[in-house]
Design a protein around this ligand. Sequence first.
Ligand code: TTP
Ligand code: MG
Length: 383
Amino acid sequence: MTRKILHLDMDAFFASVEQADNPELRGKPVMVGGGARGVVSTASYEARRFGVHSAMPIFQAKKLCPQGILVPVRMKRYREVSGMVMEILHGVSPLVEKVSIDEAFVDITGTERLHGPARELAAAVKSAVKKTTSLTCSVGIAPNKYLAKIASDLKKPDGLTIIEADMVEEFLRNLPVRKIPGVGRKTEEALGKLGVVLASDVLRMPLSFWIRRLGKVGAVLYDRALGKDDSPVEPHSEPKSISAEETFPADVSSTGELEKTLLAQAEEVGRELRGLGYTGRTVTLKIKFSDFKSLTRSRTLPEPFDATQVLFDVGRQLLLDLKLARRVRLIGIGISNLSKGPRQMTMASGQSGRDERLDRALDHLRSRFCDGILVRGRMLEPD
Ligand code: TTP
Ligand code: MG
């Protein structure tokens, strides 16, 4: 059966959000970026006219576009807007695969009876996005994911492109081979030397030639040139647990050393947990001994929590309860029983307001600087 896949991508996403939230920025060249990396995350279409683009160093962008207005990244806000867009898509079909903050595939095969023809559905999605977020997006619809992604990019911004199954061959005849996802500048160059400029040029050589030449990639390239891509739209599955573990270079017998590792792991797990907006209730400690025998110990708290300190305290208690006599080869900590949404403010988990403020401050600093600079006092203490 012919599938129908929709791909949606927001236009100049971060910059458009800034322009929507601040009328003074509308119609002006806006560059979102800065921070420690000092690069442009994205630029408004007004700024792109000067040659400014994503990943460009700020100083270079300022040279190209001195009147460009630089605004800092507000990730939390973009996530919020992204959530609104994804919610609209989930209203169309349960088969939604979010591929990045501003982009998703939806399998709309067989939704005609419910939502009408594809073009009307796409128009309805675009207008719902506009109404809810004040932003424009570009949509592509095609018989598979790869063609849908190319289609959404064709008429940016505010574009809508539909490639029907019987148009695919014609479409590929004139498609530059570099438009095929996975064909980067280097591959494009190499293909150019073989006289392959358009997707259809790939088909002048047999499949065996491409496999000999490029292996698996060659087989994929050949499929793409035929317009084939069987990959399914894979709805995001929620994580069941978040964990970290480490095998020591040499087996460890010092409890202090084990606790230190455990704290670093609790930091890591806690940060990921909070970053994803989850809380959890069950802490699991995993130990592998020098003789490769392993064990796990878990404890479930009455209330969900997300504080690194609570995670560590429970993990450490589980460790101390073991009264270890053997040397340890691996240690790890994890959290499960996850749920989404705000944590209830009760004391049953032992999570205090102070824990929360500390976590928030550390998460923030870590996202601004690099990992490893900041460690809680305890990790710096001698054994
Ligand atoms: P894109 O969809 O690649 O770009 P865009 O939405 O800004 O513009 P377009 O209209 O061409 O789709 O990326 C989405 C967001 O991801 C973008 O607004 C900012 C962020 N991003 C970065 O932070 N760094 C990058 O290098 C890229 C490419 C994107
Ligand atoms: Mg985009």
